[in-house]
Design a protein around this ligand. Structure first.
Ligand SMILES: C[S@@+](CC[C@H](N)C(=O)[O-])C[C@H]1O[C@@H](n2cnc3c(N)ncnc32)[C@H](O)[C@@H]1O
Length: 342
């Protein structure tokens, strides 16, 4: 998160909103660990590259948890206070959907930009974040969403009609019903695909990337979806996720067999993937960049493309010596060799 903020560098204040903040501690086994508010505060405090002030906001609905959170933040505050670039707002007690809607609405009314902002939505289950909230957030320039879904929970109650309305609100539409017809082992992967598509279709995200957290035995526990309208924003988020890759995995197929740990996917894998996907096509470098960002665990495309040029797997269209401006570089075209039959 702090890396994300450091790259923005617009000079405008940045916001991080932990909207389902919890009590500031998480119990794992019999031990208490710092919860997301404390971890984010400490991470931002340690990050010296931040160029703009960063506002840290926390929302918790439950009164006891909110009180504990207030105490935990107080206890975590360094004796000399937080570094100057941080503005740590007192945690708010209340229902975050309503608070976010009202806040964003008032920024709209005053024609003020709310962003740059990253809104972290770490709900229990799947039913507390309606897709129209995602849309409202992403309609603000430089606002990004990081949302969390417990796939197991969603799956278990998929045929409970009492939860239909909640699911439809979470997905933004009734497409989730398609997953009911899938065999049990494929349901959660199908739900993930639908959610991802719907974040674009109804949530207004230009780019969506998701990954799953695995437990120690390698079973997927939950999905995290990142929605943004900026290629650069996704680049930075993926770079950060790759750094802490331990129990994170990435999947972009329809099958659980295609789950990939970040470490397992290198430039050679990317070159094969690009050949498979773009074989015989002429596309812009911008399209390759987007594909790499959105559909593979990799972040950068340039080195792989360089090797592929050398290996004759792709060619530049036009004169490669022509100097392109930074903006034009994405419009350059390349052609991929056709798929080999052998
Ligand atoms: C999964 S926990 C968050 C854990 C926290 N992010 C962490 O890592 O330490 C979800 C929290 O959101 C709170 N919550 C649930 N619904 C909420 C809502 N609509 N608005 C605000 N907080 C809510 C719950 O009380 C709970 O403490």
């Amino acid at each position: 998160m702090s890396r994300q903020a450091a790259k923005i560098g617009s000079g405008r204040p940045i916001r991080f909103v932990d909207a389902f903040a919890g009590p500031g501690v998480v119990e794992l086994g019999n031990t208490l660990h710092p919860g997301s508010p404390i971890r984010s505060l400490q991470s931002v405090a340690q990050h010296s590259a931040l160029r703009a002030p960063i506002n840290m906001h926390f929302i918790e609905q439950d009164a006891d948890r909110w009180q504990r959170l207030t105490q935990e933040i107080k206890a975590a505050t360094p004796s000399e206070g937080w570094p100057k670039h941080m503005v740590v707002h007192p945690p708010m007690q209340g229902e975050c959907t309503q608070i976010l809607r009202d806040t964003l609405g008032s920024y709209d009314t005053q024609n003020n930009p709310f962003g740059p902002a990253l809104i972290f939505l770490d709900q229990f289950g799947y039913g507390s974040v309606p897709m129209d909230l995602v849309k409202q957030i992403l309609s603000h320039p430089q606002c990004e969403v990081f949302t969390f879904i417990e796939a197991g929970h969603l799956n278990r109650f998929l045929e409970d009609p009492a939860k239909d309305a909640g699911r439809t609100a979470a997905f933004g539409g009734e497409e989730w019903k398609d997953a009911v017809n899938e065999p049990a082992g494929r349901r959660s992967i199908r739900l993930r695909q639908i959610y991802r598509e719907n974040m674009k279709k109804y949530g207004g995200a230009d780019l969506v990337w998701d990954f799953m957290m695995l437990n120690d035995s390698g079973t997927p526990v939950c999905w995290l979806f990142f929605g943004t309208n900026s290629d650069r924003g996704l680049e930075v988020m993926k770079t950060a996720m790759r750094r802490i890759s331990g129990n994170f995995a990435y999947a972009d197929g329809d099958s659980l067999d295609q789950i990939t740990l970040f470490e397992g996917f290198d430039e050679e894998c990317l070159a094969r993937d690009l050949v498979d996907h773009f074989a015989g096509e002429v596309v812009t470098v911008g399209a390759v960049r987007r594909y790499v960002l959105e559909h593979t665990p990799m972040v950068k495309h340039a080195n792989t493309m360089k090797t592929m040029r050398k290996d004759g797997k792709l060619k530049d269209i036009g004169d490669p010596k022509i100097a392109y401006s930074k903006a034009e570089q994405w419009d350059r075209k390349v052609s991929f060799e056709p798929k080999s039959m052998f």
